[in-house]
Design a protein around this ligand. Structure first.
Ligand code: NDP
Length: 483
């Protein structure tokens, strides 16, 4: 059984209390590795190492930092298959998804920020002939990066790479439910000769290890992706010490399909935006609004295609739907399906226990589920389920659908399908969402701002937004005396 270690001061070390947590393979329900159950002394050790490393790392040239981060990207690519297999086993996601999406994106995150840092520019403002203002950016110091279990290495590196690129030293806390690729990343960082203490990865329980990290006075910023309730707790702890906060939180994203949508493309992509990664992507569309004139046709086709999705062993290349992350999460999803029936919903497909055989008999599988007949106000249409469960709702006009789409506490992403440019613009402008796709989904350009409105978060990640978050901008006002 693999025993994971913390990565502190450039070394892989056991937790000081020598305590471990079981790590479960969601597709089998079996414990297959042990994770450090780190406590405050481990965090203190990591912070001390990061503080020691910071003055040197902060003064390195962008070219030097770029070179090291590119080495890490190269090593992620070299270990692509090993990392993808680890991600699939750790999370239950189909192996092909980890091969095609998670691991390439982790390498791209390092490559993108390594080179973005070379293109940062400072500003100058000539006030008059004697006075010049100029700005420059300084790293913050030691920062915390806390990531969730759904896209483990993808989201962990999305934070770590810009933080390191901007010259900070980092304490990373991956999710206790999916820690394996963060552990493998620490081995790659050692191989890439990242200087000791620049990146530290401490495993453990969020409410204990994560909370202590967030509250520590030497942590200058917290970049967090996870649930809205956890984000609120982190904001509460961080506020008294005025730490910079970037919070990427939950969503209840609408997919809006107009009658003039490119039908086949809308149908196929909506299948993906509903059920990719078992619906456990913050950008998945869980409320599908379909214009009345095509509602019955779309419902029929969507249900039929969903029923053809292959649920199975994540390591099987044919599998389209793997396991959800944990027994507890499976129960949460099932409780929402039961509630949907209680609230008057009609289950069009799914909603039943999935019977798996052999080594997957005790895995955490949930069938893709489509529900109709629920009011926009009910819990299923208001609360984030974060599983393969979507609702279908008919609408008449764009004004009506915008009102319904905006009618949740969240505002992360939205998906619009129409061939009418006016409709696309009108609806996109009226929606409360930070990320809006028209006639496509999950198309990412890493330079663009990424983040949510309302209860979906505070701040933007991506491109220079992330490099700016992980630095302070200073303005120098210089008066030149006439000689
Ligand atoms: P959680 O909020 O439960 O956990 C996220 C991370 O925070 C984990 O590493 C967790 O550790 C840690 N954590 C938990 N409690 C605390 C605390 N009090 N202080 C510090 N850290 C803490 O989210 P999930 O892991 O369950 O992820 C699913 C959620 O993430 C969904 O709501 C989803 O929408 C959201 N998400 C948002 C994205 C976005 O970009 N907006 C992208 C992806 C997901 P541990 O796991 O050990 O408890």
């Amino acid at each position: 059984m693999t025993i994971l270690a913390n990565y502190i001061d450039g070394k892989l070390i056991a937790p000081l209390n020598d305590r471990y947590l079981p790590n479960v393979n969601p597709a089998t329900g079996q414990v297959y590795s042990q994770i450090p159950d780190s406590a405050s002394p481990d965090i203190l050790q990591a912070i001390a190492a990061a503080k020691k490393a910071f003055p040197i790392w902060a003064k390195t040239t962008p070219a030097y930092r770029c070179e090291i981060l590119l080495k890490i990207a190269d090593l992620i690519e070299k270990n692509h298959e090993k990392l993808a297999l680890a991600e699939s086993i750790d999370t239950g996601k189909p192996l092909h998804l980890a091969l095609q999406m998670d691991i390439p994106r982790a390498a791209a995150n390092f490559r993108f920020f390594a080179t973005a840092l070379l293109h940062q520019q400072d500003k100058s403002f000539q006030t008059n002939a004697q006075v010049l203002n100029y700005t420059y950016r300084v790293p913050l110091g030691v920062v915390a990066c806390i990531s969730p279990w759904n896209l483990p290495l993808y989201l962990f590196t999305w934070k770590i790479a810009p933080a390191l690129a901007a010259g900070n030293c980092v304490i990373g806390k991956p999710s206790e439910l999916a820690p394996m690729t963060a552990f493998l990343l620490s081995q790659l960082c050692i191989e890439a000769q990242l200087p000791a203490g620049v990146l530290n990865i401490v495993h453990g329980i969020g409410a204990k290890t994560g909370a202590f990290l967030v509250g520590h006075h030497d942590i200058k910023a917290v970049s967090f992706t996870g649930g809205t309730a956890t984000g609120a707790e982190i904001a509460r702890i961080a506020a008294p010490s005025f730490k910079k906060l970037s919070l990427e939180l939950g969503g209840k994203n609408p997919t809006i399909i107009f009658a003039d949508a490119p039908y086949e493309q809308a149908l196929e992509t909506t299948l993906q935006s509903a059920f990719t990664n078992q619906g456990q992507i913050c950008l998945c569309g869980s409320r599908i609004f379909v214009q009345k004139t095509i509602y019955e046709q779309f419902k029929h086709d969507f249900v039929k295609r969903t029923q053809h999705l292959k649920i199975g062993n994540p390591l099987d290349p044919q599998t389209q739907i793997g396991a959800v992350i944990s027994e507890k999460h499976k129960q949460k999803i099932e409780s929402y399906i039961a509630l949907a029936e209680k609230e008057g919903g009609v289950i069009l497909t799914g909603g039943k226990k999935v019977i798996m055989l052999g080594e997957n008999a005790n895995g955490f599988f949930v069938a893709p589920t489509i529900i109709e007949g629920l009011s926009p106000q009910c819990s299923i249409n208001q609360e984030e389920i974060f599983g393969p469960v979507v609702t279908l709702q008919p609408f008449d006009t764009w004004q009506e659908v915008v009102e319904q789409a905006n009618n949740t506490p969240y505002g992360l992403a939205a998906n619009i399908w129409t061939t009418n440019l006016n409709t696309a613009h009108q609806v996109a402008h009226a929606l409360d969402a930070g990320v809006i796709w028209v006639n496509t989904w999950l198309m990412r350009d890493l330079r663009t701002p990424f983040g949510g409105m309302k209860a979906s978060g505070v701040g933007r990640e991506g491109g220079f937004y992330a490099l700016d978050f992980f630095s302070e901008e200073k303005n120098i006002c210089l008066k030149i005396e006439n000689s």
